[in-house]
Design a protein around this ligand. Sequence first.
Ligand code: GDP
Ligand code: ZN
Length: 311
Amino acid sequence: MASSTGVVLRRTRSFYYVDVGEAEPRLCRIRGNLFETSRYDQKVAVGDHVRLDLSAAEDAGWILEILPRHSKLARTSREGSTEQILVANADTLLIVAAVRKPDFRQGLTDRLLVAGLAGNLTPVIVLNKTDLASPEQIAPLQALYEGLGYEVLLTSATESQGLDALRKRLQRQSTVLSGHSGVGKSSLVKALFPDWNIRIGHVNQKVGKGRHTTVLAEMYRLPDGGYLVDTPGIRELEPAGVTRANLDTFFVELTPFRTQCRFVGCSHQHEPDCAVKDALAEGLITTSRYESFVAFWQSLPRASDGRPPGR
Ligand code: GDP
Ligand code: ZN
């Protein structure tokens, strides 16, 4: 049997659309006995590289195996502690934010940064709508995130600013698009690839009844190579693997101090002799980032109960 490999672009309840380098994706299924240890339909994620048997039909195929993943954007499911993979093998998490209209939302940006880092993706921040903001509004945001070591791109979708650099950044990469609605994600995609007919932001996240499907993410092959992934579930993402105990490891400027506190497992909020709070007082950590950390920490479940407070 000849086997080959492909990339899962999209899935429905029982079918997987797999890119094998042909013009159209192959419609693949899984033989039910292949994944016996857990429900197979939860195991193959969008972005997975899979080994296939394509010998049976011209346009279809069988998924034989999931190849090892180098990254995964995953969230903790609503019901409890199980992990739900939104996207596998993405290289970049593109965090799109507007400088104005809507105002820059640092809490969400910092949350998405953590989600990307926790999944082993490289975060890139796109500050869009630069045409609506003054240099004095843009520069501090750019400086903050570049100072933390992250790549920041400035764009205006309507004025076609910064598009070449962004297009280049997407090339030959698998990129997940994220950011609050209204910041200009679909406008950017349209401006980058005017002839490309996809609709960003229309992936249906609802669990449907009957013949309807659960679509967590959809991946598109970019015109110049690479993939773009649209996933609505990322906005209110409770990233898998992020806990109150390890959250400080995902805020890079906290990491030099987190082991210097008097108490092991310090929350960096109420404890005495906290090196993080000392660094904050000395201006080594910015107040806005510290506030993001605290808000995120508060939203995470206590170690004992499975769920965050207030849900
Ligand atoms: P999405 O929800 O993130 O996909 O955002 P949209 O692409 O739908 O954009 C929301 C609104 O912002 C639309 O009215 C766009 O025309 C507008 N918009 C998008 N990018 C820019 C930009 O760079 N500058 C300005 N002035 N408006 C923009
Ligand atoms: Zn501390």
